[in-house]
Write a protein that binds this ligand. Sequence first.
Ligand SMILES: Cc1cc2nc3c(=O)[nH]c(=O)nc-3n(C[C@H](O)[C@H](O)[C@H](O)COP(=O)(O)OP(=O)(O)OC[C@H]3O[C@@H](n4cnc5c(N)ncnc54)[C@H](O)[C@@H]3O)c2cc1C
Length: 425
Amino acid sequence: MNIPKSSFPRVVIIGGGFAGINFARKIANKNVQVVLIDKRNYHTFQPLLYQVSSAGLEPDSIAYPLRKILKNHKNTFFRLAEVESINSEKNEITTSIGNISYDYLVIATGTKTNYFGNKSIETYGMPMKKVPQALNIRSLILQNFEQAAITNDKENRKALLNFVIVGGGPTGVELAGAIAELKNHILPRDYRDLIPEDMQIYLLEGSPRVLPTMSKHASKKAAQFLTKLGVLVHCNTFVENYDGKKVLTNLSLELQSETLIWAAGVTGNPVEGLRADILIDRANRYKVNEYNQVEGYNNIFALGDICLMQTDAYPNGHPQVAQPAIQQGELLGKNLIKLIEGKPLKKFKYKDKGSMATVGRNKAVVDLKHFRFAGFFAWFVWMFVHLMALVGFRNRIIVFFNWGYNYINFDKAARLIIRPFNKLN
Ligand SMILES: Cc1cc2nc3c(=O)[nH]c(=O)nc-3n(C[C@H](O)[C@H](O)[C@H](O)COP(=O)(O)OP(=O)(O)OC[C@H]3O[C@@H](n4cnc5c(N)ncnc54)[C@H](O)[C@@H]3O)c2cc1C
């Protein structure tokens, strides 16, 4: 791996997501040697992936090079590699580019898409967890429009223009709203040979309401906003099978569709090698104590989505969103230095800053601790929070400019099929 020997303890971080980079920032230029390993050379701002999928933003405005984030961290090395396993007895990990030893290991590998064992959805559905997957969705939507414009077969045109989004959490709601904007503003202008009414967007949610983790007020408002945009919302609806053409659900609803976007769940993305019993069933998350130390290991820590810290306030662990990952990363950065210096550590206490989701071009819902609101002002708050949270000044400026341009012109500038998506069927 070509990492020089150092007299300082070596801290290896697996994963440059929200948790990994915030931890790395906190231990920058301290008396440790840091090695950050990620299978991608960039950090992904996942909350805006849906805008890449729906042609609102280019991927480079929501991704940021990890080496650039670390450029002033003199004690930090980055290696582009996939971590394959951990050997806790030897204090060593195996990666796609070789082995490396550690004094302290920080696992921040996030989550992966959860298909709940449904092979048909895994085979034919479109996940949206990574930049390449978001680009696949963008290509498929635009390819479907092109195909629909040339087909004389009415049924086939309908299937090409039926978009089924599964999962009514923030991701599904935001994506449904953005695709509805494509239908309402882009289709009539760019595809004059298509009838916008032929295009339908279905949002299927298994629980009784969309945004089930937010307040009832937010759910109600989001459903209203979606309906106004023309999205067909079906709650209490589970997809049972999808063969690439037809969606079968638990109810009598059957849909002909060439596109099923799967936004219905994630599961932890652990690395092989640690004891199996420290992974919580189904969630696949490492059990950690209030210092993010993995149960049974003194020098291994887990942060963010991959860890599960049971506290009185959060008996099932913290929500798998950006804030716990950021806050845990920052605290562990301080705590690890204290641990090395033999000082007492501080316990993690999550500060819930609220949750929000946007619906279309000027509506959003926001839940704060003592206050909830929806509509245009909420959308403004949503935009501000997301702009500020983006990594990199350049990305903030580009996104701000794009949103302003799109808002004034009712446009989506990134309608490009750069890398055509090949469907399996
Ligand atoms: C589509 C989508 C929308 C979302 N919207 C929101 C939102 O609006 N608000 C919000 O708060 N949260 C949102 N989230 C959740 C939020 O993105 C996560 O909670 C957050 O990213 C967790 O941070 P993390 O550091 O734990 O993991 P991640 O950010 O997922 O980072 C994990 C990193 O580990 C790397 N990695 C994984 N395995 C390996 C390996 N074996 N070897 C090397 N590298 C590896 C990955 O490449 C990645 O860089 C969204 C998530 C998705 C998928």
